[in-house]
Design a protein around this ligand. Structure first.
Ligand code: HEC
Ligand code: HEC
Ligand code: HEC
Ligand code: HEC
Ligand code: HEC
Length: 629
C-alpha cells in the first residue's frame, strides 16, 4: 500500500462514489515493460553514500523564519510545490500508472520529487511507500543547499581542497559520485557528503551558525537544470529522429540528456532564449527589487530587500525570495485536504498567498494585442516568460484563447473557446489551444499494449505529436532543434516569441471581448489518471491514487482556469445609430437605444463618459440624423 493511501484513508472516505464510477470505464493494459532499476541508473551521487543524513526543513525554520511574511524563506518554500512535491496527489496518481506501464520507473520520479528519500535509499518499492520522515520535505532546504556544481567542483570556496578530495568524479573511486552526467539534468545531482550549506553569499570567516560554502552554482540556472530538464533514460535517440527502448537491464549508453527522450525542456528552452545571453529589463513584472532578469532565480526567486535569518537583522538588498511560484493554482489545496497541517506546516493563509502569487505570475507571463483587419480579428499572444509558454510538465497543462463577439445591444452573438466551469468541458475545435501532446509509437505499443498514438502514459511515451507552445524571446528553429524542443505540427519563424490567431468577425458584431486562459489540469487528463489506474479500482475502502487525485480535482474547483489576459476591441464600420443591426434606420433603433440606456448598457454610453444621460441621447440623435454610409 502506498503511503498516500494509508495516511489519508480517513480524509478520503468520500471517494467511494467516485471509485464506483471510475471502475465502469477503467481500462487495463498488458504487463509493464520489464525494465529494471538499472535502466534508470544515472551518474552523480548514489543512494546511501552520504556521511550526514538530511536535516529536516523545520530545523531551518528556527532561524530562517523572519517576521516579514512575504520575504520569509521558510514560509515561501513550505507553500511552494517543491516544498510539497512529495505529497502532491497528482504525482502519486501519475507515479502508479508509470510503474504499471514501465517497471521500476518510479525510482526516477522519486529522484526529483523526493530527493532526500532517494539519496537515503528509500525509493524502492518504486511506488513511494518506503518514503518516511523528512523525505516528505520534497525538494527540501537542506537538499538544495547541499547540491554541488557537477561540472565544476573547484568553485571558489573556503575549502576547495576538501571539495576536490570528496568529489573527484572519477568512476570507481569510493566517493559516492560515480562519474558525472555531461550536463545537469534528470535529477543526476551531486550532493555534498557532509552537511555544508551552500549559497550565493560570502558569510565571512567568523560565521558560526552552521557549516557553509560559497557556491556561485546556486545563483546559476544550471542548478535548476538538474531537475527542470527531464529526460527518459529508458529510450535512446536514433539517427532517424525516433526514440527506441534500450536493451533491458542496462544503463543509458551516454547519460547525455540530448540522447534520451525529452519529457520537459524548461531549462533548455531558457538556455536558447535571449534571457540566457544577457539580462533583459522586464520592468519589474515578476516582482523583486531588480527589473533586470536573466536566470531562473531572477524571475522565480526575485531579489528582496530583507533579512534571511531572524538572528541577523541586517537586511540584504538581494535576498532571494523562496516562493518558487509557477502556474500551480490549486494542488496545494489538495495537499492540505489530504494531510493534516501538523505534517505539511501549511495554513489556509499560506496556501491562499501562494495561489495569489501563481496567479500573479500567470497574469504577467503574457501580453495580448488585438487588431482588426477588414473582416478579421487578430489575437496576438506575446510570451514574456523565460521559456515556452506554457512550459514544463506536458500532460494536461494548457492555455487557450476565448473570444466573445457582441452586437451593439450587448448581445453575445458568437463565442470561440467556450469553457464550462461546471462540467470543465472546453470547446477546442473553434479556437487556439496552446499545449503539448505526447504519445507512443508502434514499438512501444507492442511492448505495453497501450494503443499507438496520443497517450497520457507519461513514462511510456516516446513521440511528440503536438507542441505549439509559444517560444521565448530569442527563439530560433535550429537552436531549439538542437535541444529537442522544436515546435511539433506547428511553425514559428526564427525570432518569433508570439503567436497570432485569426477569427472572422461575424456580421453585426460591434465589439469583442478576448481572454487568454491557463489551466493546470484538463478534464481529459484527470479522468485518465482516475481510469487508467489499475490499483484497487472499485474498492471503496481503498481508493486508488487516481481516484484520490480525481476527488481532489472535483473538490477544488476542477482546476479553475486563470485569466492571463483580457482586452476588448470595437470594430470600425459599425453603424451606431442602426442600433438593432437590421440595416434600417428607424423607430426601432431609437427604442432599442432607449432601452439600453435605461439599463445602462455599455453600448448606450455613446460619449463614453460612464454616465447614461441626456448627453448620450443627444449624441445618438445627432448620429441618427447623419445616417449611415
Ligand atoms: C529549489 C532549491 C532551493 C530550496 C528548496 C531552498 N533554497 Fe534557499 N536558495 C536557493 C538558491 C538557488 C539560492 C540563491 C539564489 C540566488 O542567488 O539568486 C538560495 C539562497 C538561500 C539563502 C541565502 C539568502 C541570504 O540572504 O543569506 C538562504 C539563507 C536560503 N536559501 C535558505 C533556505 C531555506 C531555509 C530553505 C527552506 C526553507 C531553502 N533555502 C530552500 C535554492 C533553494
Ligand atoms: C528530472 C526531475 C524529474 C523527474 C525525473 C520526474 N519529474 Fe515530475 N516534475 C518535475 C518538475 C520540475 C515538475 C514541474 C514542472 C511544471 O510545473 O511544469 C514536475 C511535475 C510533475 C507532475 C505535475 C504535478 C502537478 O501538481 O501539476 C506530475 C504528475 C509528475 N511530475 C509526475 C512524475 C512522474 C510520475 C515521474 C516519473 C515517471 C516524474 N514526474 C519524473 C521533475 C521531475
Ligand atoms: C541557528 C540559526 C540557523 C539555523 C538553524 C540555520 N541557519 Fe542557515 N544561516 C543562519 C544565518 C545567521 C545565516 C546568514 C544569513 C545572511 O547573512 O544573510 C545563514 C545563512 C544560510 C545560507 C546562506 C549561505 C550562503 O553562502 O549564501 C544558507 C544556504 C543556509 N543558511 C541554509 C540553512 C539550512 C538549509 C538550514 C536548515 C537545514 C539552516 N540554514 C539552518 C542561521 C541559521
Ligand atoms: C531536486 C529537483 C529540483 C531542483 C533542483 C529544482 N526543482 Fe523546481 N521543481 C521540482 C519538482 C519535482 C517540481 C514539481 C513539484 C510538483 O508540482 O509536485 C518543481 C516545480 C517548480 C516550479 C513550479 C511551481 C508551480 O507553482 O507550478 C517552479 C517555478 C520551480 N520548480 C522553480 C525552480 C527553480 C527556479 C529552481 C532552481 C533554483 C528549481 N526549481 C530547482 C524539482 C526541482
Ligand atoms: C523572464 C522570467 C522567467 C524566467 C527567466 C524563467 N521563468 Fe519560469 N516562469 C515564468 C512565468 C511568468 C511563469 C508562469 C507561466 C506558466 O506557468 O507557464 C513561469 C512558469 C514556470 C514553471 C511552471 C510551469 C507550469 O505551467 O506548471 C516552471 C516549472 C518554471 N517556470 C521553471 C523555470 C526554470 C527552471 C527557469 C530557468 C531555466 C525559468 N523558469 C526561467 C517566468 C520566468
Amino acid at each position: 500500500m502506498s503511503m498516500i493511501r494509508s495516511r489519508s484513508a480517513a480524509c478520503v472516505s468520500g471517494v467511494a462514489a467516485v471509485a464506483v464510477a471510475g471502475s465502469l470505464v477503467a481500462v487495463s493494459y498488458a504487463a509493464p515493460v520489464p525494465t529494471t532499476l538499472e535502466d534508470f541508473f544515472l551518474p552523480g551521487t548514489q543512494p546511501e553514500t552520504l556521511n550526514h543524513s538530511f536535516s529536516d526543513s523545520n530545523n531551518c525554520q528556527a532561524c530562517h523564519t523572519v517576521f516579514e511574511h512575504d520575504f520569509d524563506p521558510y514560509e515561501g518554500w513550505v507553500s511552494s510545490m517543491m516544498g510539497q512535491a512529495a505529497r502532491d496527489p497528482l504525482f502519486y496518481a501519475c507515479l502508479d500508472i508509470a510503474n504499471q506501464d514501465v517497471a521500476f520507473v518510479g525510482d526516477l520520479c522519486i529522484r526529483c520529487h523526493a530527493p532526500q528519500g532517494w539519496l537515503g535509499g528509500r525509493s524502492t518499492p518504486t511506488d513511494g511507500s518506503a518514503l518516511s520522515g523528512s523525505d516528505f520535505n520534497g525538494v527540501g532546504c537542506n537538499f538544495c543547499h547541499r547540491m554541488v556544481d557537477p561540472e565544476n567542483f573547484d568553485n571558489p570556496s573556503p575549502t576547495p581542497a576538501v571539495d576536490r578530495e570528496v568529489f573527484d568524479g572519477v568512476p570507481g573511486t569510493n566517493d559516492g559520485v560515480d562519474a558525472v552526467a555531461p550536463n545537469p539534468h534528470t535529477g543526476a545531482y551531486v550532493v555534498d557528503f557532509f552537511d555544508r550549506r551552500r549559497g550565493p553569499f560570502d558569510l565571512g570567516p567568523d560565521f558560526f551558525y552552521h557549516e557553509w560554502e560559497l557556491s556561485p552554482f546556486h545563483a546559476n540556472s544550471a542548478m535548476c537544470a538538474t531537475c527542470h530538464d527531464v529526460s527518459n533514460p529508458a529510450f535512446t535517440a536514433q539517427p532517424d529522429g525516433t526514440y527506441a527502448l534500450n536493451d533491458l537491464d542496462t544503463a543509458h549508453p551516454t547519460a547525455d540528456k540530448y540522447d534520451m527522450f525529452p519529457v520537459e525542456r524548461t531549462y533548455s528552452e531558457w538556455l536558447m532564449s535571449d534571457f540566457a545571453a544577457a539580462p533583459i529589463d522586464m520592468g519589474g513584472r515578476f516582482g523583486g527589487a531588480n527589473p533586470l532578469v536573466s536566470s531562473c532565480q531572477d524571475c522565480h526567486m526575485p531579489d528582496q530587500n530583507a533579512n534571511a535569518c531572524r538572528l541577523d537583522p541586517t537586511a540584504r538588498p538581494n535576498m532571494p525570495q523562496h516562493a518558487f511560484n509557477g502556474g500551480n493554482n490549486w494542488v496545494l489545496k489538495a495537499v492540505r485536504s489530504l494531510y493534516p497541517d501538523s505534517e505539511t506546516f501549511l495554513t489556509e493563509q499560506l496556501v491562499d498567498d501562494s495561489i495569489a502569487r501563481a496567479e500573479y505570475m500567470l497574469e504577467n507571463a503574457s501580453d495580448m494585442e488585438l487588431s482588426e483587419d477588414g473582416t478579421e480579428l487578430t489575437v496576438r499572444v506575446v510570451n514574456q516568460s523565460g521559456h515556452k509558454l506554457p512550459t514544463g510538465y506536458p500532460e494536461g497543462r494548457r492555455m487557450w484563447v476565448n473570444v466573445k463577439f457582441f452586437d451593439a445591444t450587448d448581445n453575445m452573438i458568437l463565442e470561440h473557446g467556450a469553457y464550462d466551469d461546471v462540467t470543465a468541458d472546453l470547446t477546442t475545435g473553434d479556437t487556439k489551444v496552446y499545449e503539448a501532446k505526447l504519445g507512443v509509437d508502434a514499438a512501444v505499443s507492442a511492448a505495453t499494449g497501450i494503443p499507438e498514438g496520443e497517450s497520457f502514459h507519461f513514462a511510456a511515451n516516446n513521440v511528440w505529436i503536438k507542441d505549439n507552445r509559444i517560444p521565448p524571446r530569442g527563439f530560433t528553429n535550429a537552436n531549439f532543434d538542437s535541444v529537442q524542443a522544436s515546435p511539433v505540427n506547428y511553425t514559428y519563424a526564427d525570432g518569433q516569441y508570439w503567436d497570432d490567431t485569426l477569427y472572422t468577425i461575424p456580421k453585426g458584431a460591434a465589439y469583442a471581448e478576448v481572454r487568454v486562459y491557463f489551466q493546470l489540469v484538463s478534464k481529459e487528463y484527470i479522468t485518465f489518471l482516475r481510469d487508467a489506474n489499475d490499483a484497487s479500482v472499485g474498492d471503496p475502502l481503498n481508493p486508488s491514487s487516481g481516484e484520490i487525485a480525481y476527488e481532489q480535482w472535483e473538490l477544488h474547483g476542477k482546476s479553475p482556469k486563470v485569466e492571463m489576459d483580457f482586452g476588448t476591441i470595437e470594430f470600425n464600420g459599425v453603424c451606431i445609430p442602426d442600433f438593432n443591426n437590421d440595416g434600417e434606420l428607424d423607430f426601432f433603433d431609437l427604442s432599442a437605444f432607449l432601452m439600453a440606456l435605461s439599463n445602462e448598457m455599455p453600448s448606450a454610453d455613446i460619449n463614453g463618459d460612464m454616465n447614461w444621460d441626456f448627453f448620450d441621447v443627444s449624441a445618438f440623435l445627432n448620429l441618427f440624423s447623419q445616417g449611415c454610409p
